[in-house]
Design a binder for this molecule. Structure first.
Ligand code: CO
Length: 137
């Protein structure tokens, strides 16, 4: 199993429209579109930065995990996502080493990526997302 790169950094915000003014217009990142991930009740905006991305996360419902995050901590870095070439192997390695997985099996995230979150308690306080590109058809 290889960890390839930081795929993206997820930032929780109250309004994508509002914060695009900074990330796209002031900082100058390349905005490549938005997508609603129904399962996680979140709208995601993608901003390219080199080989990586920043993703702005806006809740689409009051019981969205992002809504709860904003309530507790306010806007800020929500998670870091690392791209792996074999997510099952990565999950297995985490479990064998005693790391606590929030997702023990991969689920589908934005861009149809296969993703699994690792609990911040076992990563030094950072919500870690493992992600793998969807299989090509
Ligand atoms: Co993510």
């Amino acid at each position: 199993m290889t960890v390839e790169k930081i795929d993206h950094i997820g930032i929780a915000v109250d309004s994508i429209e509002k914060w695009l003014v900074y990330y796209r217009d002031t900082l100058g990142l390349q905005y490549t579109g938005s997508e609603v991930v129904e399962e996680q009740k979140v709208k995601v905006a993608f901003l390219g930065i080199g080989e990586s991305r920043i993703e702005l996360l806006e809740p689409t419902a009051d019981d969205s995990p992002i809504a709860r995050f904003l309530e507790k901590r306010g806007s800020g870095i929500h998670h870091i996502a690392v791209r792996v070439d074999d997510i099952e192997a990565a999950i297995k390695a985490h479990k064998e080493s005693g790391s606590r997985m929030i997702d023990e099996t991969p689920r589908t995230g934005a861009h149809n990526m296969r993703i699994a979150f690792v609990h911040p308690k076992t990563t030094g306080g950072v919500l870690m997302e493992l992600c793998q590109s969807p299989p090509e058809h």
